[in-house]
Ligand binder design. Structure first.
Ligand code: PMP
Length: 428
C-alpha cells in the first residue's frame, strides 16, 4: 500500500498530538485520506516514509523558494550552530540581515524580527494602534494573517478549510474591533471608514491574496486603499508573509508600485527556519520598545540559527534577482499547460495567477474574493488533489491555498507535473 507507513505514523501521532499534527491543514481533514509523513527532502523533491518521491508544490508553504536543503542556507545554519544556538543578547548578524532587508524592500527604515508570521502581523497591528491611538482595524474576509485573536474573524487558509473562520475562544470584545470587508471591494471599505470616523487604526491585507486560493488585487483596489488611508490618517499594513521576497526582491510593494505604512514578513525571510518580521519607516518604528512605548519582545527573536538561514536566503535572492523572473516563467509555463487540458475536459474552471503564486478553482465564476472562492466545487478539488498526490505531485491539501513554486524545479519537472495534471483531470 502506497501510504502504509504514513498511515501507521498518523495513527500513532493522533494519540499524542491533537489531530496528529502541529498545524491543522497538514491533517488532510478537508481532502480526506492519510497525510503523507515526510522523511527527507532535497531541491524540488521530498520523500515520504513509504519511500515515495514527490515534486513539492508547497515548499514548506512558501519559505523554500530555492528548494529544500539549499546548500548556502544549510552551510550557514551548521556553521552558526557550532558557535551556539541561542544567546538572548544582540549579535552583529541581526544588524547584517536587518540592513540587507531594509535595502531590498521599498519604503522601510527599520525592521524587527520575530518568530512567525502570526507574531509579525499581531505586532504590526499593535504598533499601528499605538501610533494612531485608535483601536479598530479593517481586514478582508478570506485573508489570513496568522492565528492571533484579532485575525480569526472570517479568516482564510486552514481556518476556513476547517469551517472555523471565526474561532471559538476569540472574545466578543476582540471581535468588535475587527471590521470586515470583501477583498477587492473598495466601496465596502469606504463605507466602514465613514461609519467609524476617526476610529480606524489600520487596514491590513494580503496585497496579493494567497489564503483563499490565489487572488490578485483588481486594478485600483490597492491604490484606492492607499489614497483612502492617506486621507483618513489610517495606516496601511501589507501582510507580505507570502508575497515578501517571493514576487520580487521588494515584494508586492515593488511589483504593485504602492507603498505600505507597515509591511509584515515571514516564510522566505527565514529561509525555512522560524522567522517573521515587521518593518516601517522610522517615524512609526520609533514607537516600538525600547525606543517607544509599544511593547513587543521575544526570547528567541533574532535567534542566530534563524538569522543565519534568513541572511543566506536573502543574500541569494539579492545577488540573483533573475530568480524571480525564472520562477515567474516556470509558473507561466504551468499555467499555459493547464488551460488546454481543462478546456478539453470541458469542466468549469478558473486559474488565478500572480507571479509564482497560482491556484486552480473548479468554478464557473471569476474568483475575486472569499465568496467566489468558496463557491467553487470542493469535492472536485479533493479528487484532483488525490489524483495529483497519487501521481507524485504534492499540492496544498485545500482549495483555499495558493501553490508555491520553487526555483529548484526544472522544466522537466514542470512537464512531469503537466503529465500528472493531464491524467488527473481526465480521470475526474
Ligand atoms: N500572513 C499570511 C499572509 C500567511 O500566509 C501566513 C501563514 N500562512 C501568516 C500570516 C501566518 O504566518 P505563520 O504561520 O508563520 O504564523
Amino acid at each position: 500500500m502506497r501510504y502504509q507507513r504514513s498511515s501507521a505514523l498518523f495513527k500513532e501521532a493522533q494519540q499524542y498530538i491533537p489531530g496528529g499534527v502541529n498545524s491543522p491543514v497538514r491533517a488532510f481533514k478537508a481532502v480526506g485520506g492519510t497525510p503523507v509523513f515526510v522523511k527527507e527532502a532535497k531541491g524540488a523533491y521530498f520523500y515520504d516514509e513509504d519511500g515515495n518521491e514527490y515534486i513539492d508544490f508547497i515548499a514548506s508553504w512558501g519559505p523554500l523558494i530555492l528548494g529544500h536543503a539549499y546548500q548556502p542556507v544549510l552551510d550557514a545554519v551548521i556553521e552558526s550552530a557550532k558557535k551556539g544556538t541561542s544567546f538572548g543578547m544582540p549579535t552583529e548578524l541581526e544588524t547584517r540581515i536587518a540592513k540587507l532587508a531594509v535595502s531590498m524592500v521599498p519604503g522601510i527604515d527599520k525592521i524587527r524580527f520575530v518568530n512567525s508570521g502570526t507574531e509579525a502581523c499581531m505586532s504590526a497591528v499593535r504598533l499601528a494602534r499605538g501610533f494612531t491611538k485608535r483601536e479598530k482595524i479593517i481586514k478582508f474576509a478570506g485573508c489570513y494573517h496568522g492565528h492571533a485573536d484579532a485575525f480569526l474573524i472570517q479568516a482564510g487558509s486552514g481556518a476556513v478549510t476547517f469551517g472555523t473562520p471565526n474561532s471559538p475562544g476569540v472574545t466578543q470584545g476582540t471581535a468588535k474591533d475587527t471590521l470586515l470587508a470583501a477583498y477587492n471591494n473598495l466601496d465596502q471599505v469606504k463605507q466602514l471608514v465613514d461609519a467609524n470616523p476617526g476610529e480606524i487604526a489600520a487596514i491590513i491585507l494580503e496585497p496579493v491574496a494567497g489564503n483563499m486560493g490565489c487572488i490578485p488585487p483588481k486594478e485600483d483596489f490597492i491604490q484606492g486603499l492607499r489614497t483612502l488611508c492617506d486621507k483618513e490618517g489610517i495606516l496601511l499594513i501589507f501582510d507580505e508573509v507570502m508575497t515578501g521576497f517571493r514576487l520580487a526582491k521588494g515584494g508586492a510593494q515593488e511589483v504593485l508600485g504602492v507603498r505600505a505604512d507597515i509591511a509584515t514578513f515571514g516564510k522566505v525571510i527565514g529561509g525555512g527556519l522560524p522567522v517573521g518580521a515587521f518593518a516601517a519607516r522610522e517615524e512609526i518604528m520609533s514607537h516600538l520598545a525600547p525606543e517607544g512605548p509599544v511593547y513587543q519582545a521575544g526570547t528567541l527573536s533574532g535567534n542566530p540559527l534563524a538569522m543565519s538561514a534568513g541572511y543566506a536566503m536573502l543574500t541569494a535572492l539579492n545577488d540573483n534577482p533573475g530568480i524571480f523572473d525564472s520562477l515567474e516563467k516556470k509558473t507561466a509555463y504551468l499555467h499555459e499547460g493547464m488551460i488546454p487540458v481543462l478546456e478539453q475536459k470541458g469542466i468549469p474552471y478558473q486559474v488565478n495567477r500572480f507571479g509564482s503564486m497560482i491556484s486552480l478553482h473548479f468554478s464557473e465564476q471569476e474568483v475575486t474574493d472569499f465568496a467566489s472562492s468558496a463557491a467553487g466545487d470542493h469535492d472536485m478539488f479533493n479528487k484532483y488533489f488525490h489524483g495529483m498526490l497519487d501521481r507524485g505531485v504534492y499540492l496544498p491539501p485545500s482549495a483555499f491555498e495558493s501553490y508555491f513554486l520553487n526555483d529548484a524545479l526544472t522544466m522537466d519537472d514542470m512537464d512531469r507535473v503537466l503529465t500528472a495534471f493531464s491524467e488527473t483531470i481526465k480521470s475526474l
